[in-house]
Design a protein around this ligand. Sequence first.
Ligand SMILES: [Fe+2]
Length: 485
Amino acid sequence: MTKRREFIQYAGLASMALASPALSFASRAERRPFEQVPQRFAERPMRLEGDWPSTLKGKLYRNSPAMLERAGFQHSHLFDGDGMVQQYTIANGQVSHRAEMVATEKYLREQAAGRFLYPGLGSTPPQPKAARNNDSANSANISVRKIGKRLFALWEAGSAYEIDPDSLATVGRVDWGEALTHLPFSAHPTIDADGQWWNIGSWIYGGQALVFIYQLDQAGALKRFKRLALQQAGYMHAFCVSQNYLVLVNTAHLYQHKNEGNFFDKFQFDQQGHSQIVLIDKNTLTIERTIEIPANFVFHFGNAYELGNELFFTMAEYRDAQIMSRGLSIKETSVFGPNPVSYPSELCQYRIELNSGRWHKSGSGLSMEFPNFRQTQPFSPQALVGCGQRLNHGGQQRLEQLLQINPHTGTSDAYTFAENVSLDEPLYIQDSRGEEFIIHSFLDRQQNESGLALFKGADIGAGPIAKAWAGGVLPQGFHGCWVSA
Ligand SMILES: [Fe+2]
């Protein structure tokens, strides 16, 4: 099943032309997964297929921008849907599902008003109110993470929201400290080897280019906070962590203040400019080095690690930012349209010589998004799991794959789903005996039904060993986490 393949070597040049979609949500369903979504799903058992191991016990949480419509207005960018946290409970060979909206201040005000009140990031409702602070439009819709005993629904331009891990009731907006109210806290907190967490917040307003660094202890309490000035106001969604560094990619998608337009309209991709790899020393919280690379765009990273005097990390790299401006809209130009448009990424590994700052890049030949690694071994070379497609097949391929690749060895494996199946982010999980599985939700557009698929981690090419079906369409989302019972 496993194939060994050579990475494509780059000599400091921009990515080659790629020809297939990474994020593909092509829709033939009668109801698209972001339309007419109920505001809660009561708990109910899912229909099972195959054998769900009795040793697998826990909850899969996923966040989705679920509510894009109110009072006859539909937001036109997926990022503007109010967040809904879905909870899949797996125990005793059974699977159940439930979901609740995150009761953000935005959601509660708009519930009371019966309409959307605030401008979104990519689209604006009629007669919008002026945003009062960074949390006015906070829809807490990108990710959900458990840190210590606390579960957080996360956005990226404002505060985290804490939610109850069992009932999914919203506990409230999180203030990490008195002077930190409403500051951006990204949707991608990243674990350190000792169980502490790091996060960033991007502040690109008022002509500033700042990044906020948060260090949280194992229980999810703030330990350190630092503001750092960057050289350009590039869009940053996530980052990665190695033994000694926080690794940021400050993309060439640059923010420039304008009075008109939506938030995303204020970014312009500077094709002639550069992206910058920023290495931040974890001990001193200072920028040790900024390395220019050709202009690129990235949402997501694999893990990072240092071997000797070299730092390795992977990212799902785009040639430009059209995935953001056009691909994640829900218009004709999007990955959701009736004739979906491709916005391919390529999973690439970067190797940095720490003494000189020289960089080298290798392409995997995989258009892979939502890369994930084993949280228990964050600094080990290892196989990443994600979803997408192999590149270079003429651009006709529309089948989505669960992909696994070890960027260090080039070893990869894949499972190809049937036509009209869209995959969500896959995660590594373990059962009570320590056996590894991969789990992800999906939408079967032919059947008009969402589900969960479970693979053995050691052999994804063999296909899912079990599935669970929801009996209808659930919102598709971005990120989630697994919490063992
Ligand atoms: Fe993300």
